[in-house]
Design a protein around this ligand. Structure first.
Ligand code: UN1
Length: 511
């Protein structure tokens, strides 16, 4: 049941100007040659100038200079900056959410959810600013103390993707700032207004608390700007979110100069549905995880592995729910599925559905393009459910669009093997009423992913946990728990107050 009326281009431009202006970005006086599009109807929202790779040196140098000051500011005082930023995000939640919807097509509730993640990570980081704990260990020598201290690391380069155009930057930035680092951000070129508005709010907070202006910097530009950041020896840590292809390029380049990286790359997330599962819960959990954000989260559910005794019923209830999904203007009330980001995403979806059919699959729901007659340059699709008998080649690939493959299994062992038999390792879940089964899935012989859930879908993680995954997902962890360790350097200290010089391991070296 598509919601049929898409807004006019004038209306979208008006909303973008208003929201950006409210966050402190004056679009009228900031013009260039690079069009900013809206996937809602294909309109051009604005045109911006881009930074070039040649600008990166200067920006990194300024971030390094700011770092020399920022690293000496006590961590709780650094927390005060992040606290102020969090309050400004609360005040401007609607503005930022509007820009996210306008630039990447998220429905309002999910766009607000993204801003809420930003507010939450600020709260988390403020608390963390008084908890950057090191350990002390008992020394084996008398009159000695052994301990570790965590110090600021340096400049953090953040490269973020279109699908979480601001939250992923905020996870990195809020943590990096309380850790005493400075941040240079290369956002997705598909969402520069969201980036500019987010960065402007942080600049406002920086001004208000009197922090060095250059602790946060923004580089809007083409991928070569990101590459220059990746290769810059002045960038201590590169935190990059995007495709596995991108990560394959970034990882070795940063490692080659002995820089650090946090990679958050592709996912191919699965949910196992056991015979004892509450199928009502399954339908709700699966539909949000698979069709939410039009299938464009890295945590999107892409595979359901259902026990043979329930697979038909699962397919039936999903087909039914999919048939009722309101598709259309993401900013209109009631819409649950907005547009794909661009025509290439539609092309990838169509190609994947063709491949799945060739490989023995049956499309049992959705898959068609809609609203084309209203906006030829916008790409709305009905999320698709595809029944597969086997996990063929196409199912092992991440197609960044709403395609859900449903596969049968007979034993839990087999379900786990299917879950793990893809190159990606981000998120996974099991729906079951059997506690022992859940524990096996959570255990060392269970899911090999960075996120493993029970009776809940694969997406929509809270910021308090460490976020990231294994294998081709890249191995990095961002956001909560002890992810902050990656943003600091550890010094191990041995302090001798004995007046003697006993050597460790009992070594004798007396002259
Ligand atoms: C992403 O898609 O890059 O767990 C991040 C989730 C969100 C974050 C997704 N909290 O779905």
């Amino acid at each position: 049941s598509p919601i049929s009326q898409l807004p006019t281009s004038e209306e979208l431009v008006r909303r973008a100007d208003q929201a950006a202006g409210a966050c402190g970005v004056d679009l009228a006086s900031w013009r260039g040659e690079h069009a900013v599009g809206s996937p809602i109807n294909g309109a051009t929202l604005h045109s911006l100038p881009w930074a070039t790779a040649a600008d990166v040196d200067d920006v990194v140098e300024r971030a390094r200079t700011a770092f020399r000051v920022w690293r000496t500011v006590p961590a709780p005082a650094r927390g005060a900056l992040v606290q102020r930023f969090g309050r400004l995000l609360e005040e401007h939640e609607d503005d930022l959410a509007a820009l996210i919807s306008l630039e990447v097509g998220k429905i309002t509730s999910e766009a607000r959810g993204e801003v809420q993640e930003m507010i939450d990570i600020c709260d988390f980081a403020v608390g963390l600013s008084r908890q950057l704990y090191g350990r002390t260990m008992p020394s084996e020598r008398p009159g000695h103390r052994l301990m570790e201290t965590w110090h600021p690391l340096g400049v953090v380069g953040v490269i973020s993707a279109f699908n979480f155009p601001s939250a992923v930057w905020s996870w990195n930035t809020a943590i990096a700032l309380v850790c005493g680092d400075t941040v240079v951000w290369k956002p997705s070129e598909l969402a520069p207004l969201t980036a500019a508005a987010s960065a402007a709010l942080l600049q406002r907070a920086i001004g208000e608390v009197g922090a060095p202006a250059d602790v946060s910097q923004l580089l809007i530009g083409a991928p070569d700007v990101g590459e220059a950041l990746v290769d810059h020896t002045g960038v201590a840590l590169v935190s990059a979110t995007g495709s596995t292809r991108m990560g394959r390029a970034v990882g070795p380049r940063v490692a080659n100069r002995f820089g650090r990286s946090i990679l958050e790359l592709g996912g191919n997330n699965a949910a196992v549905v056991a015979p004892s599962a509450d199928l009502g819960l399954v339908a709700r959990g699966v539909v949000f995880a698979a069709a939410g954000t039009a299938g464009q989260r890295c945590t999107t559910l892409r595979r359901v592995i259902a026990h043979r005794s329930v697979v038909d019923e699962v397919v039936e209830s999903l087909s039914d729910a999919y048939g009722r999904l309101p598709i259309g203007d993401p900013m209109a009330e009631g819409t649950l599925v907005g547009p794909l980001i661009h025509g290439r995403a539609l092309g990838a979806m169509t190609a994947a559905l063709d491949a799945a059919t060739d490989q023995g699959g049956t499309v049992v729901a959705g898959g068609a393009r809609v609203l084309e007659e209203q906006a030829a340059d916008a790409y709305y699709v009905q999320p698709a459910v595809v029944r597969m008998e086997q996990q063929t080649e196409i199912v092992t690939q991440e197609t960044f669009a709403p395609i859900l493959y449903v596969l049968p299994y007979d034993t839990l062992e087999e379900a786990i093997a299917i879950n793990n038999a893809v190159p990606q390792g981000l998120s996974s879940s099991i729906f079951t009423g059997d506690q022992a089964e859940a524990e096996v899935f959570l255990g060392p012989e269970g899911s090999d992913c960075g996120i493993v859930n029970v009776n809940i879908g694969t997406s929509g993680a809270e910021i308090g946990g460490a976020f990231g995954g294994e294998k081709e997902t890249g191995g990095g962890r961002e956001s909560g728990s002890d992810s902050w360790h990656a943003y600091m350097r550890r010094a191990t200290n041995t302090v001798n107050y004995s007046g003697e010089l006993p050597l460790a391991q009992g070594v004798d070296f007396s002259v």
